[in-house]
Design a protein around this ligand. Sequence first.
Ligand code: 13P
Length: 252
Amino acid sequence: MRTPMIAGNWKMNTTIPEAIALVKGMKDGLERVDKVEKVICPPFVSLSAVKQLVQGTSIKVGAQNMHFEIKGAFTGEVSPLMLAGVCDYVILGHSERRQYFGESDDIVNSKMKAAMGAGLIPIMCVGERLEENEAGKTVEVVTRQVKGGLADIDSPQGIVIAYEPVWAIGTGKAATSEEASATIGIIREVVAEIYDASAADGMRILYGGSMNAANVAELVQKPEIDGGLIGGASLKAAEFVSMVQQTAAVQK
Ligand code: 13P
């Protein structure tokens, strides 16, 4: 019922020529797969080159961050309006933004509203840190992040949530499919509580954190897991294509 999504978050990797080469390496393979929404999120400076390369294909483009103001004296920032003609999606509240750039739930919420106002679809990231996980606070943390990020948003239509436990990001230690599925189920219940059952049923909730070609099938075959937000493995064209193919092959 929910179209699965595989999104590549390239983070702060690739120069413009490298981004172009990477897209060229995966474009045909991605195009051959339907039933899965394919999104690539390169660094800002490569967005327009990547957009041109995928124009007319089913491949979507996303940004990794944005400011919540439309324009003004915010040196170095990128606004929703600047992204609007180039991107379909924007990743918001990634744990690296929260951890290294002080993004609070309030800031994420302002960005969510600004993105939607500009016609961008947010991929809102939530996830607990290792010490929170070990202290049994996972549910508390993701509930707070989901409620905070979605505050005062009347219609969650289209919004994608990515559950990315911080301890799984870039560590090679993905959550088990049981752990990821259980937490995503709780996130869906929180969405149902804020809105209603149909909003929760319709919302795509992805897993992210050390997902790769070896574990993607096991993760996305869980009914609750609607795809993945991929870091490191999205920088390898063949592996990323394989992840999309494997996701398309899963029967739920
Ligand atoms: P890795 O796949 O490299 O663990 O990164 C996950 C992530 O943070 C995607 O946003």
